[in-house]
Write a protein that binds this ligand. Structure first.
Ligand code: ADP
Ligand code: MG
Length: 469
């Protein structure tokens, strides 16, 4: 047995960073090389979720790195604290606290199929107006399983954080209560196991697996649609757990009532706890997410570059991450610093050539509905309540200032109003901006959000800031 060179870890990490930049995480710094024995380098990982993740996803890359930096044909083995018992090397063991537990304890509880990403924790989840409710409810569920909201149902479009929140619930619940039996699976995983168990005649073990847990977490439950027998099985699984007061957490790309071909009895059960929606993140949230993702990878990303990426990519968060990976790769390839110029180079082509250089009325309307949280139908309706009339007027004002549409055309887009209404709206917004600092501030923020995607755009000089009629 040989104690490894204390610099070995740094050398391995540097090699990984150069050759597999996308997979590196800041918590790799916590990995401790223990010894080289029988041609195997043993690396200690204290967190169970990290241990499992490294074993499943990173052994080959670490092995390549270890071989490259030592010039020896080493194998790599990740070990948890629980496996150290008979080792002669004395490892300082942290006192277990409610939030940190020896990985050996947890490892036994994690099913072989259940791979959680260490990235998907509450600490790494950025809270914004678009996901606040879902996040708060997820925390409550993780702290008080079966008591806070049951079932807890999250729905959102692709790449908006469903899986992240579900896995954060699992990780927190397991940390808070080490003896808790948590089962996380995708709906596909549930269906595949069901079909395999039917074919193998092992339904009792299937039922045992799914019905003897304290918390069942099923991701992408909308995939259940059109599978009659699996729906039936899931219905009984659900009832069994629910009646026993066990926590059920589900995610879906649509609210329960809008999942096609879902049996009514399931829809009503999914609706009987808390249903929370995550919306697309606003600009400010996206900036924070970009920064946080860069931080996770130990990338020093300047604020202007983060702002630029967030302004360019607004569809889903996975694409924001893709942009960071791209920037990181270009920086390594060309040996250039990560800055705004590089960000522009990397994501500048994200906008299809030939697209408009100024916002469309549709984008203005979208920005208004998001910012003021008003429904599109209300915005375009005849309703005159202040909470709707003001956003509508600001929308018209922005359209006049930042598009080339005539007053008539703008009126047409905003619910078929005539040009005098648009003129009145513009005057009203101008005077409110001078009299009311909140309105002025809101308009400025909206304008900034809207225009950050069109750096080349300038407001129509024919339409001055004030008196823009
Ligand atoms: P979904 O399951 O809804 O398709 P994911 O949970 O897989 O989406 O999220 C896609 C990516 O975006 C993941 O890397 C996730 O960590 C990240 N992400 C989503 N929402 C947030 C958030 N609020 N804060 C930080 N990262 C987020
Ligand atoms: Mg998902």
């Amino acid at each position: 047995m040989v104690r490894p060179d204390p610099h070995l870890r740094d050398a391995i990490l540097a090699h990984l960073k150069e050759n597999h930049p996308g997979m590196c995480r800041h918590w790799f710094d916590d990995i401790e090389p223990l010894e080289v024995s029988g041609g195997t380098l043993r690396l200690l990982v204290r967190e169970a979720v990290q241990l499992k993740y490294l074993r499943r996803c990173c052994v080959d890359q670490f092995q390549d790195a270890a071989q490259a930096v030592t010039n020896r044909l080493l194998a790599v083995k990740f070990v948890g604290e629980g496996e150290l018992v008979e080792q002669p090397v004395k490892i300082p063991v942290k006192e277990p606290s409610p939030n940190t537990m020896a990985s050996g304890d947890l490892a036994g509880l994690l099913d072989d199929d259940m791979l959680l990403s260490p990235d998907y924790s509450f600490e790494n989840f950025i809270i914004g107006p678009d996901n606040r409710l879902a996040h708060a409810a997820a925390i409550a569920v993780a702290r008080k399983p079966g008591k806070a909201y049951n079932p807890f149902f999250i729905h959102a479009g692709v790449g908006l954080g469903k899986t992240h929140l579900l896995q954060a619930v699992c990780q927190t619940a397991m940390r808070n209560n080490p003896s808790m039996r948590v089962y996380y699976t995708s709906c596909d995983g549930f269906m595949t196991q069901f079909l395999e168990s039917v074919q193998a005649g092992q339904m009792s073990s299937f039922r045992h697996r799914f019905r003897n847990v304290d918390m069942l977490v099923v991701d992408d439950i909308h995939d259940l649609s059109r599978r009659d027998r699996t729906q039936e099985e899931f219905f009984h699984t659900f009832n069994c757990l629910y009646q026993a007061g066990r926590q059920i957490v589900l995610s879906s790309d649509a609210p329960p009532n809008e999942i096609p071909d879902l049996e009514e009895r399931l829809t009503s059960r999914f609706n009987c706890g808390l249903v929370a929606r995550i919306d697309k993140p606003c600009y400010e949230t996206r900036v924070e997410i970009v920064k946080s993702k860069a931080g996770l990878r130990n990338i020093d990303l300047p604020d202007d570059a983060a702002g630029y990426i967030a302004a360019r990519i607004d569809s889903n968060i996975r694409e924001l991450e893709g942009a960071i990976t791209k920037i990181q790769s270009i920086s390594l390839l060309n040996n250039t610093p990560i800055d705004l110029t590089l960000a522009k180079q990397a994501v500048g082509d994200q906008i299809t050539p030939g697209t408009a250089q100024h916002p469309s009325i549709q984008q203005i309307i979208d920005a208004i509905t998001r910012f003021y949280d008003v429904k599109l139908t209300d915005l375009l309706s005849k309703r005159r309540h202040k909470s709707i009339a003001l956003p509508r007027q600001i929308g018209m004002w922005l359209a006049r200032r930042h598009t080339r549409y005539s007053l008539e055309e703008i009126g047409g887009y905003f619910g078929g109003r005539d040009h005098t209404t648009v003129m009145h709206a513009i005057k009203a917004v101008n005077s409110k901006r001078s009299d009311d600092s909140t309105v002025n501030h809101d308009v400025a923020r909206l304008e900034q959000q809207l225009l950050s995607r069109f750096p080349a755009h300038q407001a129509d000089p024919q339409v001055p800031d004030q008196a823009a009629v």
